[in-house]
Design a protein. Structure first.
Ligand code: FES
Length: 602
């Protein structure tokens, strides 16, 4: 059997996937590890509270689930080890984050999460000692019977402790999840469901435990039941466990937190000794100790600065353009590079994340986004475009005679017709690979080449013109009985360098293209009226697309604001462009070796 060599496109796909994976791995930072560990723990408490909630069904159901599902899964050695490792890493990285933070301007949600998170180990240690440390002393794994009897009959105050712990652990986890998920595009849709679960589960867990406690109190009246189900920890072991969990652990833990604050003080002194640097914003300057990030400098001196994720290197809204010497700055970390690449800003070395950039010398920056952008902005526009110059093909399609159309019709009918026109146009553009970018009244601006090379962009634009013409012809056929005159239109296509980026105010921004080449496309569309044709294409677009010189009528036109006349090609029936493209491709294919890109470049 002959082994076939993999196709070049397959190898290319494998290489692309491998480099994407490598970039993703490089983008894993401390916060991602902490988040992952938090998710492991959240899964555990979800499973645990769900188990409690089964008490609403019956005590025996919650006991059965505990033995056969919850314990059966979480006591698998590898799962168990993962859970404990996640807990230790999450707590350690939480303390590390506390050390790292250079300011105390917390939002209400952040401070709540921090305080709740720090209190969990203290509240948990008694429960953990009874349930887990006791097993290390050879005591059998505790069941619901023992726990519920111990809390509801022997030490009733523990009911309140447990319910407070449950509420705190759940709230801490939910706030963490919220910070993570709120930037995801699906969050707005999933929010009502997630909020419902977040509120319902702890309530169900507490009522389930309460029901279970009542049932166990009743069952405990039977000495035989008590003998079989209640496994108290022997007093000697209890004493040792209590000493560990109620004395040693709190001392060690609180000392750890105190140590973090002490380390922060030492660091501040060191940083002051190492010197200061100046951050220059467009309208002010601040001086901060070396070691601070640009975002921390902004927050310390209340310089308005967007930071939707709170400096966690997730949202990219803190981006700045560095306008001073970039060579003096530290290189972007793997995480910073990953986030910048995700929003399409990696090709511009002057763009940095303010929350990750810790300069060692003076720096001048311009924040790119308005300071008040919120999570909505990030969700709706993952690829925030900060302004970039690139070769683009712009196409304007305009409906003719819509003013006279509106005089003879009801507003509703006019809007209906214009919407059908815009729909027919946009479908053609999208099908050809372009992006319908702006709708101005009854006109559409489409962009080609945002993700493709020059030749492909030009071919796509010509194909789009053909598809638009065909769609509008079909539309005219459909509405022939409703309108006296078929819908008329004009198309202008031009190519050249344009600036692409986001323009707008607050949350209302649009991505668009600006520049002379875009304006010329609009003028060519206008000229389609005087030249008595449907489409006017710049000569360059036709050449780059591989359309022969004699294929369309060539003419020279004056463009308002331009000194030099311009050569354009005109056509009354844009559907012809499709066949010209096929012929051009076939011709280029016969001469092999030369692809459209090469034609474009020659
Ligand atoms: S604040 Fe979110 S990435 Fe910097």
């Amino acid at each position: 059997m002959m082994l076939q060599a993999p196709a070049i496109s397959d190898l290319h796909a494998v290489r692309t996937s491998a480099s994407k994976l490598a970039a993703w791995v490089r983008g894993i930072g401390v916060r991602q590890v902490r988040l992952t560990c938090g998710l492991v723990m959240f899964t555990y408490i979800f499973s645990h509270f769900f188990n409690h909630a089964l008490g609403n069904v019956s005590y025996s159901t919650m006991e059965w689930w505990l033995t056969n599902v919850h314990v059966a899964w979480w006591r698998i050695p590898i799962v168990n080890a993962t859970l404990y490792a996640a807990a230790i890493v999450h707590l350690s990285l939480g303390l590390w984050a506390l050390y790292q933070r250079r300011h105390f301007r917390y939002t209400a949600a952040e401070i709540t999460q921090l305080v709740l998170g720090l209190s969990i180990p203290l509240l948990l240690c008694i429960h953990f000692g009874a349930v887990r440390v006791s097993t290390m002393f050879g005591h059998p794994v505790l069941n619901y019977g023992t726990n519920l009897f111990a809390f509801w009959v022997v030490r009733k105050y523990m009911i309140a402790v447990q319910f407070v712990l449950l509420t705190i652990a759940w709230t801490h986890g939910c706030i963490g999840l919220y910070f993570w998920l709120r930037l995801k595009p699906f969050f707005k849709r999933a929010w009502p469901f997630l909020f419902g679960v977040a509120v319902a589960l702890p309530l169900l867990a507490m009522s389930g435990a309460q029901q279970g406690g009542r049932e166990v109190t009743r069952l405990a009246a039977d000495p035989q039941w008590l003998k079989e189900n209640y496994r108290p920890i022997p007093p000697v072991k209890r004493e040792v466990i209590d000493e560990i969990t109620e004395v040693y652990f709190p001392i060690i833990y609180l000392s750890g937190i105190a140590f973090v604050f002490l380390a922060r003080g030492v660091r501040s002194l060191n940083e002051r000794r190492r010197g200061m640097f100046t951050v220059t914003y467009p309208n002010r300057q601040v001086r901060v100790p070396k070691g601070m990030s640009v975002l921390e400098a902004s927050l310390r001196y209340r310089v308005p600065h967007a930071s939707v994720c709170g400096g966690r290197a997730r949202c990219s809204t803190c981006r700045v353009r560095v306008v001073s010497d970039r060579l003096a700055l530290p290189r972007p970390s793997g995480r910073e590079a990953f986030v910048l690449a995700r929003v399409g800003a990696s090709s511009d070395p002057s763009i940095r994340l303010a929350c990750q950039l810790r300069p060692q010398s003076d720096v001048s920056v311009i924040p790119i986004l308005p300071p008040h952008v919120g999570a909505d902005f990030v969700r709706n526009r993952q690829r925030i475009n900060v302004g970039e110059e690139r070769y683009l093909v712009s196409m304007f399609v305009d409906m003719r005679g819509s003013t006279s159309l509106s005089e003879a019709r009801l507003p509703f009918d006019v809007m209906f017709l214009i919407n059908r026109f815009v729909d027919a146009t946009s479908r053609g553009i999208s099908e050809a690979g372009g992006q319908p970018n702006q709708f101005v009244g009854d006109g559409v601006l489409a962009l080609f080449g945002l993700k493709t090379d020059k030749a492909t962009a030009c071919q796509q634009a010509l194909r789009a013109a053909a598809l638009v013409a065909s769609n509008i012809a079909h539309l005219n056929h459909q509405i022939a009985t409703e309108v006296r005159q078929p819908i008329q239109y004009g198309i202008g296509i031009n190519a050249g360098d344009a600036i692409i980026g986001d323009i707008g105010f607050r949350g209302h921004t649009v991505f668009t293209a600006l520049g002379d080449s875009v304006n010329v496309a609009a003028r060519l569309q206008d000229l389609s009226k005087t030249l008595d044709c449907k489409v006017v294409v710049s000569d360059e677009v036709c050449k780059v697309a591989g359309i022969p010189d004699d294929a369309l009528l060539r003419t020279q036109v004056e463009i308002r604001g331009h000194d030099q006349p311009m050569i354009v090609r005109t056509e009354k029936d844009p559907t012809v462009l499709a066949s010209l493209l096929v012929a051009a491709s076939a011709h280029l294919g016969d001469s092999s070796a030369i692809d459209l890109q090469e034609v474009a470049e020659t």
